[in-house]
Design a protein around this ligand. Structure first.
Ligand code: HEM
Length: 462
């Protein structure tokens, strides 16, 4: 079988190169081989892993060829965290059923009712910022994003259970980004419960505590009925858990408690760091480009002191800034790898079962034939031109595309607008940064901070 040309390094060295310096390695391969190249990056016995960045091939992978693939090469590492019934563990009809149940809850219009809550959560987090303070933006964004998940997705109200879950989840999410702690998820042999002091025992203990709080919340929600005093009828609630509890599949079946728990953990795991990272990049870029910041500030000013969140989310330049931030350094460098089930042809090559095809978001977004000055942050490009879903796809595409896209874009816009309406910030970091890996995302390095130069007194901080 002839494959597109690619690296001649031994598979082990290729694997190490992509793990240690993914951007550098991918850039070098694209410079040498163009849009499509073959690597062996899945260890010593790696099958061919073919990277694609031209829109025609991406379109075929996302559409006409979408039934020719298997998934799960990467997602199995999440199984202990999200559970067997999670959307990301499913294939075929079961995957489709779950997407149909989940997607209406995460639909753009469904989220509109949560806009004020997102703005309010942001304001209460940032109200302590003092003039002159140095703000660790990524950490602040992670905290806001976690609270959005707890209130908008889980539908929790602040109180004892909320606080306990907030602390436990943020500790777990922090722990799994540490290289040492996360190793156990990659190697099942390390998953040995040797008591609470052992890494796996510690994980199981934390998880048990989190699960008991989630199950208690679900049980309480099930008991709530219009007649029970002080509690709100499920059908009137707009948080995502309540909408999921009301959802029925084609057979009229609802999700059970375990399935609901698994989906909540999935939304938390995939929706938390990703959105926080996207926001951090947006802050980084606009503060490196004062002309973009000034244009955005003018657009926001024109909305008055108490803008409607839905109207904010429709502002064209704000939208362009968020998209451009997700283009230049996409949070996920690749969409999920697609393993070929039965032989297929693409771009004049035949791919045997077992080969792995990878839509490379990072290289597609940096493609000079698609984007003029691809390395530069220029939000205007999104006002001047419409890019196809095969040229710009930070959320992947096809039947595995991100189900949190509407939520994360809505959240990014509202958080960015709220912070900029309350403060003037400035960067102390004058060198360009390279993304650093954090869990499954690529973020500005920890040294990146913004300092508060002015609190805008005209804006109300709640
Ligand atoms: C800036 C923020 C985000 C980015 C860049 C992002 C990116 C992605 C990408 C690239 C994929 C793989 C798509 C593919 O293989 O074609 C994905 C899948 C997924 N994302 Fe996101 N995501 C973000 C936020 C979220 C949020 C907020 C949630 C949930 C609340 C979420 C939930 C999911 C789920 C459940 C999947 C798996 C879908 C499936 O397997 O059917 N993501 N995301």
């Amino acid at each position: 079988m002839t494959l597109p040309a690619g690296s001649h390094l031994p598979p082990l060295l290729q694997t190490l190169a992509i793990v240690a310096q993914p951007l550098k390695f991918l850039d070098a391969c694209a410079a040498q081989h163009g849009d499509t190249f073959t690597l062996r990056v899945l260890g010593i016995n790696s099958p061919p892993v073919v990277f694609f960045s031209n829109p025609q091939s991406i379109q075929s992978i996302f559409t006409t060829l979408s039934d020719s693939f298997e998934f799960g090469q990467v997602t199995h590492i999440f199984r202990p965290l999200v559970g067997n019934q999670s959307l990301i563990m499913q294939a075929g009809a079961q995957h489709q059923r779950q997407r149909q149940l989940l997607m209406p809850a995460l639909h753009r219009e469904q989220l509109y009712s949560q806009g004020n809550l997102i703005c309010q959560l942001t304001r209460s987090r940032i109200e302590q910022w003092q003039t002159g303070a140095s703000i660790f933006i990524r950490q602040e964004m992670a905290e806001i994003s976690l609270q959005v998940i707890l209130q908008v997705v889980f539908g929790l109200v602040p109180g004892e259970r909320y606080e306990r879950l907030r602390v436990l989840l943020s500790q777990l999410l922090e722990a799994i980004t540490s290289p040492l702690y996360s190793t156990q998820f990659f190697f099942p042999v390390l998953q040995q419960n040797l008591g609470k002091q052992s890494p796996w025992g510690d994980f199981l203990h934390r998880q048990k505590e989190i699960d008991s709080l989630i199950f208690a919340e679900i049980a309480e929600r099930r008991l709530a009925s219009p007649s029970s005093e002080g509690s709100q009828d499920l059908s009137q609630r707009t948080d995502i858990l309540s909408v999921l509890m009301m959802a029925r599949d084609e057979q009229g079946e609802a999700m059970g408690d375990q399935e609901l728990r698994d989906q909540l953990m999935t939304l938390l795991l995939l929706g938390h760091e990703t959105t926080a990272s996207g926001l951090t990049w947006a802050f980084y870029w606009i503060h490196r480009h004062p002309e973009c910041l000034a244009r955005l500030a003018r657009e926001l000013e024109a909305m008055g002191d108490t803008p409607d969140p839905v109207a904010l989310s429709q502002l064209p330049y704000l939208n362009a800034v968020c998209k451009e931030a997700l283009r230049v350094y996409p949070i996920a460098l690749i969409a999920q790898p697609r393993k070929v089930k039965h032989a297929i042809a693409l771009e004049g090559y035949e791919y045997e079962p077992g080969s792995v095809l990878v839509p490379c978001i990072y290289l597609a977004h940096r493609r000079a034939k698609t984007y003029k000055n691809p390395d530069q942050f220029q939000p205007e490009r999104f006002l001047e031109q419409k890019f196809s879903p095969y040229e710009f796809f930070p959320f992947g595409g096809g039947n595995r595309s991100c189900i949190g896209m509407a939520l994360s874009l809505f959240e990014m816009k509202l958080v960015l607008a709220t912070v900029l309406s309350c403060y003037e910030l400035q960067t102390n970091y004058d060198r360009p940064v390279r993304p650093s890996r954090r869990g499954i995302t690529f973020v500005p390095p920890d040294q990146f901070r913004l300092s508060v130069s002015r609190k805008k007194s005209s804006r109300v901080l709640v």
